[in-house]
Unconditional design. Structure first.
Length: 534
């Protein structure tokens, strides 16, 4: 029997190789041929053009273990990670595909044979669903496979909407579509939940492990369903879910991959509480973050980079909860490479780059985290009721750089709701104030010319030693500034953020160490300096 997740992955691919399938490497997490996707989120993504007939390959059967991320866009599991047994930002989808080759009979037979003969799952623990009008699939399960009729469940449309069923798949409003059949595993009556189609179906007793999509129609704009000339098959089975079953555990976080990552995280941070949910969050997040960087995504403030930044910062915040006093996240990469086996070849090749990127982002965020958490804790301690007002959430974001989603994450742990509507109002008001801000009476950008450039260090630190490069009073260079003067002081470096992009410039103190005097640098002066040296 297969003991590890790596062995199970190999067993799946080997089974379908023996049955005439081409083993295809996992594609990048950044979709190369689908601008509608933020990240690769299913095994069929890389074959989309093949199914549409726009691309030809030298094989008609394929099998993969596809890396997937669901942490942004339409498919987003980020907020559930750490709170459930099976939600992940990163997972592997085992799949087999037929491009106009075999159809329902072989697809169903392959799945049942692998589960019951190769993996030796007890048949009595399995039940299946079919689309309510798919008599062909129903009869295959009953007459050819031998599944008892009461274990074959017909699932219809939700609330009467056309094809709004979990058991009818469509690529879009038009195009390839067709019914599905799913295989569920019964974890036992000691776990609450009911079969699919029952009021208790959302429980954890019956877990879907394999979904088989039969692409047999081409849906037209008017709703007409024309049969496809070459019906195809797209299947998917979550590697982590089937590993949990084989390793006789209920939660995905109890399988070998996660247990080793959790143990390593606890060792690095120095905690003995191996059941802490924060360890689950970190173990999940290192997988998505490391593989995203390996696939070329870097932390940033937009698009895929912003999602990556959110995941890293969520992991760092949970490390902080566990008592981490130093950078730790990047140190998990070697263990991740070890436990992922053959699936981590690309990650191993880019290990140094991945570790450097994760460490830099953690170091940058650590300076914001401690202060923001302290302010948020004070606000929650004095909170009356169970809703944190939007103004406070916005202040944390705007003044202290504490992301709103992390505020929401902390509040959720304390059963407190974030006033997101109030946050949006405060954000809109801030943008309006910035837009309406008056201009300087004098265009110093046109009159002040400086050869040197000021280095902005505010991303790394909140205070810094610097040198005065120049002093300007009324647009004229001066040797000194006296009490009462309105002056522009140009520095060689500064942690002050100049007004830019709709954000209000920082205020702070300029301490002249030689004279032991305090000079208050006003917002207007910081703006002038930013214009001057940018």
């Amino acid at each position: 029997m297969y003991k590890t997740t790596a062995e199970l992955r190999s067993a799946f691919l080997d089974f379908f190789r023996r049955n005439g399938h081409q083993v295809v490497d996992s594609s990048s997490l950044v979709p190369g041929n689908d601008p509608t996707l933020l990240f690769t989120n299913a095994g069929m993504n890389q074959f989309k053009d093949v199914f549409l007939g726009m691309e030809k390959r030298n094989y008609s059967r394929a099998t993969t273990s596809q890396r997937c991320v669901r942490a942004g866009g339409k498919h987003n599991d980020l907020d559930n990670v750490g709170y459930t047994a099976r939600h992940h930002t990163f997972f592997e989808m085992l799949g087999n595909f037929s491009f106009g080759d075999y159809f329902k009979h072989d697809a169903i037979r392959f799945a049942w044979t692998f589960l019951t003969e190769d993996l030796k799952l007890p048949k009595e623990r399995l039940c299946v669903t079919v689309y309510e009008t798919d008599d062909e699939a129903f009869n295959i399960w009953k007459n050819e496979i031998g599944v008892p009729e009461d274990c074959i469940i017909r699932i219809g449309d939700n609330k009467g909407a056309a094809f709004a069923s979990d058991n009818f798949w469509q690529m879009g409003d038009t195009g390839p579509c067709g019914p599905c059949t799913e295989i569920f595993y019964d974890h036992g009556d000691h776990i609450w939940g009911g079969r699919p189609g029952t009021p208790e179906e959302d429980g954890d007793r019956f877990i879907e492990i394999w979904n088989i999509v039969f692409m047999q129609y081409n849906r037209q704009a008017d709703g007409t369903m024309n049969p496809l000339p070459k019906p195809s098959v797209d299947t998917g089975m979550g590697l982590e879910r089937i590993a949990a079953i084989l390793q006789k555990v209920h939660s995905n976080y109890q399988i070998d991959i996660f247990q080793k990552l959790i143990a390593k995280t606890a060792e690095i941070i120095g905690t003995d509480d191996l059941e802490n949910n924060s360890l689950k969050v970190i173990a999940d997040h290192i997988r998505s973050c490391a593989f995203l960087v390996a696939d070329g995504v870097m932390p940033s403030n937009e698009g895929r980079g912003y999602v990556l930044r959110r995941i890293i910062r969520r992991a760092v915040r949970h490390g902080n909860k566990l008592g981490a006093t130093d950078t730790f996240f990047y140190k998990l990469v070697p263990t991740l490479i070890e436990v992922m086996g053959d699936a981590a070849k690309q990650l191993a090749d880019t290990q140094a780059i991945v570790e450097k990127a994760l460490k830099a982002e953690e170091e940058q965020f650590a300076r914001t985290l401690e202060r923001g958490l302290g302010i948020l804790d004070n606000a929650l301690s004095s909170l009356e009721g169970d809703i944190l007002d939007g103004e406070t959430v916005f202040k944390l974001y705007d003044t202290y750089g504490f992301p709103m989603d992390l505020t929401a994450d902390v509040c959720r742990e304390r059963n407190i709701t974030v006033d997101e509507a109030g946050f949006d109002v405060a954000m809109a008001e801030q943008k309006q104030r910035a837009k309406a801000a008056g201009q300087f009476d004098t265009d110093y950008n046109a009159t002040l010319k400086i050869d040197s450039e000021t280095h902005f260090s505010g991303y790394e630190q909140l205070s810094a030693d610097s040198e005065i490069v120049a002093i300007y009073i009324d647009g004229e260079q001066a040797d000194k500034a006296s009490a009462g003067d309105k002056a522009v002081v140009v520095l060689s470096s500064t942690p002050f953020y100049g007004e830019s992009g709709g954000q209000v410039g920082d205020q702070g103190l300029l301490v002249l160490m030689a004279l032991n005097l305090l000079w208050r640098i006003h917002k207007s002066m910081v703006k002038l300096q930013a214009i001057l040296v940018a």
